[in-house]
Design a protein around this ligand. Structure first.
Ligand code: BGC
Length: 542
């Protein structure tokens, strides 16, 4: 073959190879659905940043009547047929009470820096302050703390996460009564005394603002109080009760922090904060000034409702303006211990919604014309187009930029005080999580965490003082009124055997945490490892 024609053929072959390989490369590098362009690694976060996983007591512990534990409001509520999907309850939950060593081992194998969990009030105080301290409860949490510390995992402890002693619910209606403040302080003091030398991060109360929404506006959580148009309950007033309950929670928090600072913080050296449920909003009508104001009001009536008193000593002015005398007032003495009562803000962030003004515009019925809603209508879609990819919770959409904006909002409104993303997580829509294979191959959860972590990293680059990120949740668990139908875990929990099996998101998180400069493995390797794990567990024929 003449030299020139051989050269041409080689050239053609080379071109063909390049063409084919670039097509192949394109196919291989095609981003999976929902994946953000930015890749994310530990090196995008400052030294000392805490990566963790999180759970709460009622959602995982089970052992609801063991070793002296008293009944709480959720034990009672979940036993009423029809209250929880598929009549689930927390009687056994994930049996963490008996399997905590295994669970700590799972976290150790993931390589997390920290673990956020909560203390079951009635495991420590079966009858609130009307009975004795349960030594078995104290021992249980001491064992958890000891094993975490042994494994080099920093405990991040929430004192109260939705469950209150049933005794207090019956005696005086739970958080509607100012007497609850003394109960909470009693409980918190026992926690500081018994565990404080092992705990550097305390959260007083989880998402008080979401809790009162669910318990006293919608009536979905015990004690199921609400009034029309928010819901049809046998008791309650959605316009007033949430304001009273949250006020009591804020005062309870302030009193507990005062005690911690006066009697414990100096010698124990921990910090104390609160966790707020923080949604982000975008104006429904783009570039519309009224809807922009609705966004501002929505944030004030959400985040500001809880955090403004703790930072500035009073509720946001918008709330005062619209709610008038229905909004409780703080006395001078109360302001003294409420104002400045957090060392950091814990942010639980799951979703972004559109906000529409209802002061000057017409809105659909359902409560947005009420002051308690700040005259704002919230929706997940604009002209039938959802704001982000759907998740299991109708109305929860994947919008990573919403977390960045939330953090930046906090940074500005609260003088860039230290922040931790104390919860962020994803559960797939139920029809996408039917087969075990689908559940375990949770690429969407990986993409969710990657893109939200990228959002946090971006806010840090812009100067926000975010110091940690906790994935909700370590494992599938009791998802309140949704029972076991929604799965937020990095680990799958088999409801019959309670066996924990890593989803590929767990393998991804482990890989992410192990390599500061980026994940070493790809999806193919995660699938391979999962198969291997399943073989070891004797579950290969799924
Ligand atoms: C709560 C968790 C809950 C999670 C997912 C958060 O608001 O703190 O207890 O499981 O949302 O719905």
């Amino acid at each position: 073959m003449p030299e020139t024609s051989r050269a041409t053929t080689t050239h053609r072959r080379l071109l063909l190879f390049c063409f084919l390989s670039s097509v192949l490369c394109l196919v291989l590098s095609e981003p999976v659905e929902g994946e953000e362009a930015e890749d994310i690694s530990r090196s995008h976060f400052p030294d000392g940043f805490l990566f963790g996983t999180t759970t709460s007591a009622y959602q995982i512990e089970g052992a609801y009547l063991e070793d002296g534990k008293g009944l709480n409001n959720w034990d009672v509520f979940s036993h009423v047929p029809g209250n929880i999907k598929e009549n689930g309850n927390g009687d056994t939950a994930d049996n963490h009470y008996h399997l905590f060593l295994e669970d700590i081992e799972l976290m150790h194998s993931l390589g997390v820096d920290a673990y956020r969990f909560s203390i079951s009030w009635t495991r420590i105080l079966p009858r609130g302050r009307f009975g004795e301290v349960n030594p078995m409860g104290i021992m249980f949490y001491n064992r958890i703390l000891d094993h975490l510390l042994l494994k080099g995992i920093e405990p991040f402890v929430t004192i109260h996460h939705h469950d209150i002693p049933q005794e207090l619910a019956e005696r005086y209606g739970g958080w509607l009564s100012p007497l609850m403040q003394e109960d909470f302080v009693h409980f918190a003091r026992i926690c500081f005394e018994s565990f404080g030398h092992k705990v550097k991060y305390w959260v007083t109360i989880n998402e008080a603002n979401l809790f009162v929404e669910m318990a006293y506006i919608r009536g979905w959580y015990p004690p199921s109080h609400c009034s029309p148009p928010f819901g049809n309950c046998s008791a309650g007033n959605s316009n007033v009760e949430p304001l009273i309950a949250l006020h009591n929670m804020i005062l309870a928090h302030g009193k507990a922090v005062k005690i911690y600072r006066q009697e414990f913080q100096g010698k124990q050296g921990g910090s104390v904060g609160i966790v707020v449920h923080a949604m982000w909003y975008e104006p429904l009508r783009a570039n519309n000034e009224l809807d922009q104001q609705a966004v501002t009001r929505g944030l004030a009536f959400g985040v500001g409702w809880l955090l403004d008193p703790l930072v500035y000593g009073d509720y946001p002015s918008e709330m005062r303006l619209f709610l008038g005398d229905a909004l409780p007032r703080f006395t001078v003495d109360e302001i003294d211990y409420v104002k400045g009562s957090i060392d950091y803000i814990g942010i639980n962030h799951y979703l972004t919604l559109y906000a529409k003004d209802c002061l000057h515009s017409s809105c659909p019925p359902g409560g947005s014309d009420h002051a308690i809603r700040g005259y704002v209508y919230f929706t997940g879609d604009r002209d039938g187009v959802p704001i982000g990819q759907p998740t299991a919770n109708p109305g929860f959409f994947v919008v990573p930029g919403g977390l960045e904006k939330t953090v930046n909002y906090m940074k500005q409104r609260y003088n860039n005080m230290p922040m931790y993303v104390t919860e962020n997580g994803y559960a797939p829509p139920p029809d996408e999580a039917v087969q075990l294979q689908q559940i375990l191959h949770d690429v969407k959860r990986i993409n969710y965490h990657k893109s939200y972590l990228a959002a946090v990293a971006s806010s840090i680059r812009d100067g926000a003082d975010v110091r940690g990120y906790f994935a909700w949740s370590l494992m599938d668990n009791f998802e309140w009124v949704d029972g076991y139908t929604l799965r937020y875990g990095l680990y799958y929990v088999d409801r019959r055997t309670l066996k924990r099996i890593p989803k590929i998101s767990a393998l991804w998180y482990r890989d992410f945490l192990a390599h500061s400069s980026g994940n070493a493995l790809g999806l193919a390797e995660y699938y391979g490892r999962l198969e291997q794990d399943l073989r070891v567990a004797g579950l290969e024929d799924l």
